[in-house]
Design a protein around this ligand. Structure first.
Ligand SMILES: [Zn+2]
Length: 471
């Protein structure tokens, strides 16, 4: 009896919520494109175009975002009732770029971006807000869109240029996470390799917890995007390819950071299938990738050094940790392009990094065993000296891996210290800084370059995001 009552109670809100979906939304997607322009400390958002796209792939019950992830939040209000009817957190290339030397020097740049939400039936107000240094949101954009206006919404149907396939089918998109894998730098002759690569990385993802246990809640789609040439751009080598999606190495001056700024092209192609999460496989051989929360993941797919194939799997899953679950980088010893990415003393929004301003209220408290010291002592001095030696090696040199191996093995030994295995605490060194930011575990897929799994705090954050699409 008790079971029946709790089941009924659990059902009521979701029934009400699905009614509110049909009250406010049609089963289509509204895509809003805009230009995000500015420099350090200044930004403007200017509307570009509004599009009607295919069926809404996301949840019909989790319309308002309760995850509180991302640098920005997009909100949709029903104008007539002034109700908040949809919201989503996200991050952007623009906000990362604002921490680069180029932005600090006062250069202005613009990036093309997109937000998507279920297609409203009646006029809506769409706002975008940005966090300040204290994590408080302030509106940077607001516009009213009338979905029934003959001129405001572009309803042109785009004929699919490329073949799409569902390689993992677990049911209707609205109750599954729809992961879309697109290829870039794959010429016509490379399409069999793309299919093989897509399957390989999907398998790599679903071999690691918590994705492994929740595979049945995912659909995986692929689009066989054909580039005119094989490979992607390497600006530092003056190698420019005619690749369909415009992915390139050297983003923000980092040899291994791969992004595309061709957002409109990407969205036009992706919009042909229902997708919640977007990944781009890059048919190139230099170590690299990228991942931005609720934007996309990129990953390289060829390895020249025998025995290093596993690094691609590391990159794909690590970057998906960023783009899918808003996880932060826990490492702090690699070269990066950002200056003061996290504000000193401010608690970051990322679920796996803390400033530890108050150990008594640490955000992953429920994972910490009583009696654990905060901060949690670990072999940081030894680890840092090994990393300093590794940092002196040339990552692109032919003998890099040979020289790195002994340092890597010693560092891994420190991270596998049985005294800390599986124990959540607050380990100093995270978010690109050696001091003042802390990570939940000694090691995690968001910390070391290895095939280690996600730690309990990151796993739980990933599970919350999966729930937001499926529950
Ligand atoms: Zn990362």
């Amino acid at each position: 009896m008790k079971k029946t009552i709790s089941l009924l109670l659990a059902l009521i809100p979701s029934v009400l919520l699905s009614q509110s979906f049909t009250t406010y939304f049609a089963d289509k997607t509204m895509r809003v494109d805009y230009h995000h322009t500015g420099t350090k400390g200044a930004e403007t958002v200017a509307l570009d175009k509004v599009y009607e796209e295919g069926p809404w792939p996301g949840s019909r019950t989790r319309l308002v975002d309760n995850l509180n992830l991302g640098e920005y939040v997009m909100r949709v209000y029903d104008v007539a009732s002034a109700s908040l009817i949809y919201s989503r957190g996200f991050s952007s290339i623009f906000n990362e770029w604002q921490s680069t030397g180029e932005a600090l020097a006062g250069t202005f740049r613009t990036f093309h971006e997109t937000v998507r939400f279920p297609f409203p039936k009646h006029p809506v107000q769409v706002t975008i807000s940005r966090r300040d240094r204290q994590m408080i949101f302030h509106e940077v954009f607001s516009t009213v869109i009338d979905p029934n206006s003959p001129t405001q919404v572009n309803r042109q149907r785009r004929t699919a240029q490329y073949q799409s396939k569902k390689i993992l089918d677990n049911g209707a998109p609205q109750s599954k996470v729809d992961l879309l894998i697109i290829g870039d730098g794959y010429a016509k002759a490379d399409m069999a390799k793309f299919n093989k690569d897509a399957q390989h990385f999907a398998d790599a993802l679903f071999s690691i917890s918590p994705f492994k246990e929740r595979k049945k809640e995912f659909n995986v789609w692929i689009i066989e995007v054909e580039s005119n040439e094989s490979g992607i751009d390497k600006p530092d080598k003056n190698e420019w390819k005619e690749n369909a999606l415009g992915t390139m190495y050297n983003t923000f001056g980092s040899a291994r950071y791969v992004l595309t700024e061709e957002n409109r092209v990407l969205r036009d192609i992706a919009g042909n299938v229902p997708y919640d999460a977007l990944t781009i496989l890059c048919n190139d051989n230099r170590y690299g990738g990228g991942g931005i929360y609720n934007l996309y993941t990129t990953c390289y797919t060829q390895v020249d050094t025998k025995g290093q194939e596993w690094q691609m799997d590391y990159v794909f899953v690590h970057e998906l940790g960023h783009s899918f679950a808003g996880l932060g980088d826990e490492y702090y010893s690699s070269q990066i392009s950002y200056v003061d990415f996290y504000q000193k003393g401010v608690e970051p929004w990322e679920p796996n990094i803390t400033a530890l301003n108050d150990p008594a209220t640490i955000k992953w408290k429920s994972f910490i065993a009583p009696g654990t010291s905060l901060p949690t002592p670990w072999a940081k001095v030894s680890y840092d000296s090994l990393e300093a030696l590794r940092g002196k090696l040339d990552r692109l040199a032919p003998d890099y891996y040979e020289k790195r191996e002994p340092l890597y093995q010693q560092a891994m030994k420190l991270l596998r210290d049985p005294a800390h295995t599986g124990k959540v605490g607050a380990y100093e060194g995270a978010g690109y800084v050696s001091k003042g930011l802390y990570r939940p575990s000694l090691d995690c897929r968001m910390f070391s370059l290895s095939l280690v799994g996600f730690d309990p705090v990151c796993s739980s954050a990933i599970n919350r995001v999966i729930d937001s699409y499926t529950k």
